[in-house]
Design a protein around this ligand. Sequence first.
Ligand SMILES: *Cc1c(COP(=O)(O)O)cnc(C)c1O
Length: 386
Amino acid sequence: MDFLQDYLTAVKQKDLYRRNLTYEPIDAAHVRFDGKTYLMLASNNYLGLTHHPAVQQAACKAINQYGTGSGGARLTTGTHPEFAELERELAAFKGVEAVLVFNTGYMANVGTISALMGPEDVIFSDELNHASIIDGCRLTKARSVVFRHSDMQHLSQCLAQAPEKSRKLIVVDGVFSMDGDIAPLRDIVELAEQYQAMVMVDDAHATGVLGQGKGTAAHFGLKDRVHIQMGTLSKALGAEGGYVAGSRPLIEYLINKARSYIFSTALSPATIAAARAALSLIAQDPAIVAKLLDNAAFMRAGLRTAGLQVDEGETPIIPVIVGSAATAVRLADELRQAGLIIAAIRPPTVPEGQSRLRITVSAAHDQQELGQAIEKITAAAKRLGL
Ligand SMILES: *Cc1c(COP(=O)(O)O)cnc(C)c1O
């Protein structure tokens, strides 16, 4: 099995080697590592709800009442009442007919796309879509057409070239996970209507963030024109899991056809109870979402003022493009020594030559700490000549 070591040596030489570092969470914004405390700027825990007392108590109460594991898949062992409640509450929050919870966002994308699309069909996928969308496309026998990032002219050309009678699906990240920009959903919906295509939006980074927490479609006032709204419970909602929101026939179809839903043991009741508590906090008081966006704006403005190349965006995902994988890793290492956890993102997650620091901000951060982080990031970047 020499190929194992050969591969590992090759990725190390290209600065693309990946390893797990063990960080012990202290609260929603800090972790401990080797006896030292670090500020976490690499988490998608956008609202800090993993450590909200109401969310923690809901999970503990569910464990005490119902036990730990779910024991089986929902269609065989039975759906736990917590699931039924969460799906009802999430549908009401999103203003759709129905919702189906999957075990992860990854499984929601893979299961939904592969259930909807067959050999005669065409999928139109943004080139920067998340890996789980790409893998969903790969699982189908449908043709995948990759269009240039948020390039509506290119999407329009691709749609025009597809067979008129084929079933068509346009799929995009609502907020792109490594760039933090927002998909031009209004234009996408208009093209979709012109070419009779379905629209699917991945709200992994928009749930709890955009549209008062309701996602990208709500942000643009388009919820009734987006057919499939996928999202996660694992990021801003501080739990785990994925969901698909849409019409009742869509949800019934997925229950019958999505293999990642059918053939996997359900999440634990404690996870679902935590997600319900988090959702109820967001639904009752959007101030927490406003705090997140305020912190994101503070971080973006601070980095820009200090002279770093950062877009004027609105989301809490803030990339600082550095170019080579080696530089990204070096910068992330230096910043860790300075007390900041920031992810170095390299190929194949992002294109060659576009390695970056991916800074994520949370409502749990305080602006004094963010201010110190801005100084450290800027100083380290300048030392590397960026
Ligand atoms: C994180 C993410 C997913 C996967 O969600 P998980 O719950 O982590 O499996 C899907 N799409 C996008 C855009 C993501 O960032």
